[in-house]
Write a protein that binds this ligand. Structure first.
Ligand SMILES: N[C@@H](CCC(=O)N[C@@H](CS)C(=O)NCC(=O)O)C(=O)O
Length: 218
């Protein structure tokens, strides 16, 4: 046993990033379900994260939070297969994709388009159409930037997995669960090509949160 424990929340895209890295590396782990969105969560339901987020990983007594730190740690501590390219340009693009996702992508793709267009309606809650439209509009620049990276071909190839794929895929899966999100993705050929390959991976099947729209069989 690897002595790894992941604290996460099933629908959480950031939890899925860590679960994807663990799956790609074939690592077994204990999973504890917590709810960062419930301010009244008690005891085991409360996330141990100091900023009340998920995920948080424990490796024995060593605790790590911030998804990119968890990914880098897992890739260094369990080096095979490596999810970090050696080539300087590929390494730069991998870090760039992760930063684009965190700084500009998560909010519009997930918190505005997915939450308002898919998650809330599935829960019988009202959609804030203004937020949804704002998310779709803001997603355009994010998808354009990712399309440029995918077209260049250092990362997001769909053939050689890196931490960039693991970081981006949960956000795209959530965004594409909304039909208008799917249509926006389809307007980017290189990103769509990456997605059609990446979404068939076994790690994606293993980590489906129940909202994935397409899982073409491998
Ligand atoms: N910077 C954090 C972000 C993690 C994050 O925002 N996680 C979401 C779930 S996908 C969360 O816990 N949200 C709780 C909240 O916003 O209150 C990381 O990289 O791990």
């Amino acid at each position: 046993m690897n002595d790894l424990t992941l604290y996460g929340h099933r629908p959480s895209v950031y939890t899925r990033v860590t679960r994807l890295v663990l799956a790609e590396k074939g690592l077994a782990y204990d999973y504890r379900e917590v709810n960062p969105f419930d301010p009244d969560a008690k005891d085991e339901q409360r996330t141990p994260h100091p900023f009340a987020r998920v995920p948080l990983l424990e490796h024995g007594s060593f605790k790590i939070y911030e998804t990119v730190a968890i990914s880098c740690y897992l890739d260094a501590a369990f080096p095979t297969p490596s999810l970090t390219p050696d080539a300087p340009r590929a390494l730069a693009r991998m870090a760039q994709v992760i930063s684009i996702v965190d700084a500009y992508g998560y909010w519009p793709l997930v918190r505005q388009v997915f939450s308002q267009g898919v998650f809330r309606p599935a829960d019988g809650l009202e959609t804030d159409k203004t937020e949804f439209a704002a998310g779709l509009a803001a997603a355009e620049a994010v998808l354009d930037a990712l399309e440029t990276v995918a077209l260049e071909g250092y990362v997001l190839t769909g053939d050689t997995p890196t931490l960039a794929d693991c970081h981006l895929a949960p956000m795209i899966a959530a965004f594409a669960a909304a039909p208008k999100g799917r249509a926006a993705l389809a307007r980017r050929p290189a990103l769509s090509k990456w997605w059609s390959k990446w979404s068939t991976r076994s790690s994606m099947h293993q980590t489906d949160t129940g909202f994935d729209v397409t899982h073409p069989q491998p």
